[in-house]
Design a protein around this ligand. Sequence first.
Ligand SMILES: CN1CCCC[C@@H]1Cn1ccc2ccc(-c3n[nH]c(N)c3C#N)cc21
Length: 239
Amino acid sequence: MRVDIVSIFPDYFAPLDLSLIGKARGTGLLDLSVHDLRTWTSDVHRTVDDTPYGGGPGMVMRPEPWAAALDAVASPAAQLIVPSPAGRPFTQADAHELAELPHLIFACGRYEGIDQRVLDEAAARMPVREVSLGDYVLFGGEVAVIVIMEAVTRLLPGVLGNADSLTEESHAAGLLEAPVYTKPASWRDRAVPEVLRSGDHGRIARWRRTESLLRTAARRPDMFAAYPPESLDKFDRAA
Ligand SMILES: CN1CCCC[C@@H]1Cn1ccc2ccc(-c3n[nH]c(N)c3C#N)cc21
């Protein structure tokens, strides 16, 4: 997978040199380039913003540098991902869709956002997705891109050592994952649930599913309501 990120703060993406994303870059699973939008400015001050038409607070990112940047990094297979508080909520399903694509371009907005004509112009030649991480306001798109990059990269074949972990985790099966435990068996007078130390894999699987269902019902009624009724086991904590 090829990924191009365009931002006025390219150093924000230093974390993408670390851990499994850094390893994926090193092994060639991920071809990631980070670009400074100011590369495509033409004035001595390297200006990327200007006052908003119609008035209002703050500044808006000018279309010319963005158009030149997108021209420079685009390819026939590219899709443009634009983080925005006005975007559609980004979900695990979106992560799976993006992980299947050959080339992603991320446009990181700042200030009050990017001139709308940049997105309109891009949409004339490639798919454009405006996505939001959630109902809160960030300073810009960079943090969202780091989150999306982690959600997508971990789905690429060969990045996770144990692909099984992708099937059991939260949101993968439409449920929140069950609690996890490790040694010691008792810690500050708190014991690990006996079933997890029973060696009875059937009981363990039933216990984990029940815990997932209970957690999802309690914490994410929206997810629980969407869970196919035919998939619901009876709640059996006597696993
Ligand atoms: C604050 N400031 C004036 C109001 C409008 C937004 C602006 C800041 N800002 C500029 C570009 C940009 C991109 C994404 C986000 C963002 N916020 N929350 C999310 N879930 C986001 C995503 N994904 C915020 C951004």
